[in-house]
Ligand binder design. Sequence first.
Ligand SMILES: [Zn+2]
Length: 397
Amino acid sequence: MSDKVLLYYDDAMLGHNPTGWDPAHPEWTAAVQALLREQYGSEEEAASQWTHPERPARLSAVRDALLETAPTNVEWRSPRAAEPAELARVHTRKHVTLIEGLAGRACWLDVDTTAVSPDSVTAARLAAGSGISALEAIAAGDARRAFCCLRPPGHHALAERAMGFCLYNNMAVAAAHALEALGMERVLIVDWDLHHGNGTQDIFYHRNDVLFCDTHCSAPFYPGTGRLNETGDGAGTNRTLNVPLPAGSGNAAVIAAFEQIFVPAARAFEPQAILVSSGYDGHYLDQTFAMDAPGFAQLTRIVMELADRLCDGRLVLMMEGGYNAEALADGACACVATLAGAASPEPARQDDDPGLAAVAQAVACHAARLHPDVFAEPSGRQPRRQTGDASESRHTR
Ligand SMILES: [Zn+2]
């Protein structure tokens, strides 16, 4: 099959443009100022970034860089807007009605600076429709891999409210579409954004048909969730795997978390599609991590190999955060090139990466959750037959 990569993008997603200030609400301006100070370290730099951090230039930078550098085997497509009923699979009707009712208005939704401008709702429905469109095209056999250039991001949005620049949870909407409209039984979500994907985790926390794997900067870093002991509940027990990492973590730690925890878990879970919340705020030019473009390319290679091995290559990357436009564009281009089959340089892995100890701790914590028997459900799905004595004795008595 072709290794064509579908790239989803629509100019209308640039229309989401909260200004970050409102004369009638000085407290909003103060909230954005505080966030920029935290992000950029100094008053001067914060002042030079005087705009809402989740700004249209993030997406246009990715678009322009991809137009310039993308390999020839990519195909640009426009996503369709998600329908209210598709949004309501993971959001409360009340939340969908509230957001849809904001069309044409500018206002502020919460204290952590989530806001809308008049065209935000159109952008949000397209962002939420991007993963749906990609999965439908893949199900139709158009390609195996897709990258969704989108904003606003989604992984902090909860079932019942907007949060952290996110209006709808694009990732959760996509995963629910795979499960409820495209007939899939198990979906793997990987989230390598710098911030914990609290909304995605929360939406699927009690479900056994989604395995959620997340590396992120440890609490109390925003949003303050994603601890090792958050591992799912009820039917979702052992279906959430968090690897919180300290500030300063780089390629070595994040790649080790993927290789040592997410890869074995994915093999045991046997997903029918892999979806990635691919934020680029872990880049060293952005906030607290020290990753770089070859590091993101390597993560892409790991999930591609998993997808090829487990689910006929079905893989969709969806943008999340990333607030330094140069880092965001570099990271996205590296991932798209990798999806398209290009070789990329081996990432530098520092032996003294401060995250390696945290990964070792996470491996010890999650070890028992990575066994294929954990994923053998009462529904009758048998654990994958492994080669080797242990598995033989388990299955042939
Ligand atoms: Zn983020």
